[in-house]
Design a protein around this ligand. Structure first.
Ligand code: HEM
Length: 416
């Protein structure tokens, strides 16, 4: 770990109200630029800690987070007999689009929908996308290579994942700018700190997104192609026929989840590779090395740090804290990945570590469906970039965006 980071850990002060309750404003720049300083303090506490600003109990340890992700007593939705808070009228379109999202479902509906979507994400299907992804990455690099410098987030990280997921779904690539706008607007609603105005914009974007997809689904039924929307819209398998509303929810989730996190993971990984001494930049051509570097990058600086779960029954922790049925708890994925009880030298980027693992892609029934696709995209983007621009270096130290949940950089300005 760099001396500067070590100093940040020591200097960071969190306001502890008592042994298990703390204040940490999520918009504090010192915090969102380096949430790991807080996590280090959380790891010293024995059980769940209460985050006053979010009014949420949190789990930060690796074992606790990874067990909760797999434990059916914690679910993404409130228990059936505990009524969820009603949808505010300015968010009805957003809620409608979300209604059948895999992330809003539990078995048996989740199982039925996931089985259908899984077909497009089998390894063979994903691997066959490699030549197209490589071509796309090279085209993006061609556009900026003569300039001598670029913001990699804008020129490479943003166009690649959205184009790949649009092609996979069969959404015309010309709609890329609309897709990005709708997605950026919608994901703000997951930050728990969004404004009313942002919610209104997200609702409008959800409405436009749905209208566009409904037209496309109608078209795919008449003219099916070799894409995921056509597959989802077909009725060849009567056991798993999907409604239009279900297809819309699946497509929106794939587009939103499919590019936002990949954009920021690419930024975080390249920043790490350019900052950390001894980080391998040239090993992405070798599959085994690439896998280790990408997995360690996901552990070391993940793009998604907080997911919530509802207790389905009263749950008592060994520290004495009880989570009441229907209460929410935050799972701090970014903290779990740096747990000193699980990882030797947790604050060191160490691709060859003997204890490699992470929870950045979740676990259990909601485990990320795009895990293989994201690994493929990251490998091809890094491999092509470092092969074509081996002298790549940072122009300035990048800063993180003011969005704790979506831990990603504002810009990644590099030269070569
Ligand atoms: C670095 C990139 C990515 C990260 C860090 C990431 C992370 C995650 C995490 C943590 C979850 C579980 C959420 C929970 O349990 O509450 C998840 C689920 C999901 N992810 Fe990803 N993801 C990434 C890329 C992708 C891509 C490329 C796609 C699609 C093309 C995708 C699609 C999904 C879907 C559909 C789910 C919901 C699965 C379900 O509920 O069954 N993700 N992802």
């Amino acid at each position: 770990m760099s001396d500067q980071l070590e100093e940040d850990f020591v200097n960071h002060t969190t306001d502890w109200i008592n042994d298990d309750t703390f204040c940490q404003p999520p918009h504090d720049p010192e915090f969102y630029n380096n949430p790991y300083a807080l996590y280090r303090q959380l790891h010293e506490k024995p059980g769940p800690v209460f985050w006053q600003d979010y009014q949420l109990w949190c789990l930060a340890g690796f074992d606790a987070v990874s067990s909760a992700l797999k434990d059916r007593r914690f679910a993404r939705l409130p228990p059936l007999d505990v009524s969820a808070s009603p949808t505010p009228s300015h968010l009805t379109d957003f809620a409608q689009v979300e209604q059948h999202s895999l992330l809003q479902l539990e078995p048996p509906d989740h199982t039925r929908l996931r089985k259908r979507v899984n077909r497009a994400f089998v390894a063979r299907q994903i691997d066959s996308m490699a030549p197209d992804i490589e071509k796309l990455v090279n085209q993006c690099i061609d556009e900026f290579v003569d300039a001598g410098e670029t913001d990699l987030l804008t020129s490479l990280a943003t166009p690649v994942p959205v184009t790949v997921i649009a092609q996979l779904l069969g959404v015309p690539v010309e709609l890329k700018d609309d897709l990005l706008r709708w997605s950026h607007d919608m994901v703000k609603v997951y930050t728990l700190t969004q404004t009313h105005e942002q919610e209104v914009t997200a609702n409008q974007s959800a409405n436009e997104f749905r209208a566009c997809l409904v037209d496309l689904i109608t078209h795919k039924r008449q003219h099916p192609g070799d894409d995921l929307l056509s597959l989802l819209a077909s009725s060849e398998d009567v056991d798993t026929v999907l409604t239009d509303a279900e297809i819309v929810s699946v497509a929106v989730l794939l587009l939103n989840a499919g590019h936002e996190a990949t954009v920021h993971q690419f930024g975080n990984l390249v920043n790490t590779l350019l900052t950390e001494q001894c980080a391998p930049r040239g090993g992405f051509g070798d599959l085994a090395t690439a896998k280790k570097v990408i997995n360690e990058g996901l552990r070391y600086d993940a793009p998604l740090h907080l997911f919530t779960r509802y207790a389905q029954v009263d749950i008592e922790f060994s520290s004495g804290v009880t989570l009441a049925k229907g209460e929410q708890i935050a799972l701090l994925l970014g903290a779990a990945n740096r747990d000193p009880k699980r990882f030797a030298e947790p604050n060191r980027f160490w691709p060859d570590r003997p204890d490699g693992d992470h929870v950045s892609l979740g676990a259990g029934i909601h485990f990320c469906i795009g895990a293989a696709l994201t690994a493929l995209e990251l490998r091809i983007m890094c491999d092509t970039l470092f092969k074509r621009l081996p002298s790549l270096e940072l122009i300035e130290t990048p800063r993180y965006r003011n969005l704790f949940h979506f831990h990603g950089l504002e810009t990644l300005n590099v030269s070569w």
